[in-house]
Design a protein around this ligand. Structure first.
Ligand code: UGY
Ligand code: MN
Length: 252
């Protein structure tokens, strides 16, 4: 089928909208029975990677090159980490600190969002080390954003000085919107999980829907409003709690 070169996908210097009709799958060293759509990577300008991992039953992820966060979209994953075994169903998630031995195996055909980020240790502080965290989104309290009950945030990552990134879900009732255009130093990786709406990125407005991925560079102006008759929900990564002048592991 020909699409005459038409897609909603768009790559600009400070953002990428990547829609499923432009996804290309690739195997990656270390993993078996898994194909990856690499949404964001240093090659794009991002300081983290975000992928969708598509597992055949029995497929396994290899060791992580950095900290790893997994959020199950579909199917069932068996995670072994910290001497325990966990079964992650849709909405289940896990954070594995850099270097934490673990294994991930799909018990059925499965899909998961996988976010990996080189750890930025705290300099000159006797800080605690980040710890393994496994949970389920359904068990996390939803907090209204800036008091707006129609826009609810669930923080999946533990928070505290040891942790250098955050992953949240944001759920918008139909018609709900961010109360302001945000411009901030943190970058974002965003996967639309449900519903849709309009995303403003820099000077462009895009219709977006479940399945789309967005990368926002630091300082990319951003705003979202939900449209339609059902809530819109996305999974969003941001770097967090590190001074912008602190040396980054990739830069030494
Ligand atoms: O956490 C955030 O920066 C979030 N409110 N950004 C966004 O939804 N684009
Ligand atoms: Mn933001």
């Amino acid at each position: 089928m020909h699409h005459l070169g038409i897609t909603r996908s768009s790559l600009k210097p400070d953002h990428l909208l990547q829609t499923p009709n432009t996804f290309i799958r690739t195997p990656l060293a270390g993993a078996a029975g898994v194909e990856f759509v690499v949404h964001a990577a240093p090659q794009l300008g991002a300081r983290f990677t975000q992928m969708t991992a598509e597992f055949a039953a029995g497929g396994t992820l290899g060791p992580a090159p950095a900290q790893r966060f997994i959020y199950v979209l579909e199917g069932e994953l068996e995670l072994r980490a910290g001497g325990k075994e966990h079964i992650l169903a849709p909405g289940g998630f896990a954070f594995l600190p850099q270097g934490a031995p673990h294994s991930v195996r799909a018990l059925a055909n499965s899909r998961a969002a996988v976010i990996e980020k080189p750890y930025e240790p705290l300099v000159g502080e006797n800080s605690e080390a980040p710890e393994i965290c496994v949970g389920s989104e359904a068990a996390i309290a939803a907090v209204p954003l800036m008091g707006d009950e129609a826009l609810r945030v669930r923080s999946l990552m533990p928070d505290g000085p040891a942790y250098d990134f955050a992953v949240n879900t944001m759920t918008y009732d139909p018609g709900a919107a961010l109360s302001m255009v945000e411009i901030h130093v943190m970058e974002h990786g965003l996967l639309m999980l449900e519903g849709g709406g309009i995303y403003k990125l820099s000077d462009s407005w895009y219709p977006v829907e479940a399945g789309d991925f967005i990368w926002m560079a630091p300082y990319c102006p951003q705003w979202f409003g939900a449209l339609g008759k059902r809530p819109a929900k996305y999974l969003i990564y941001k770097d967090w709690r590190r001074h912008p002048l602190a040396p980054h592991p990739r830069e030494g």
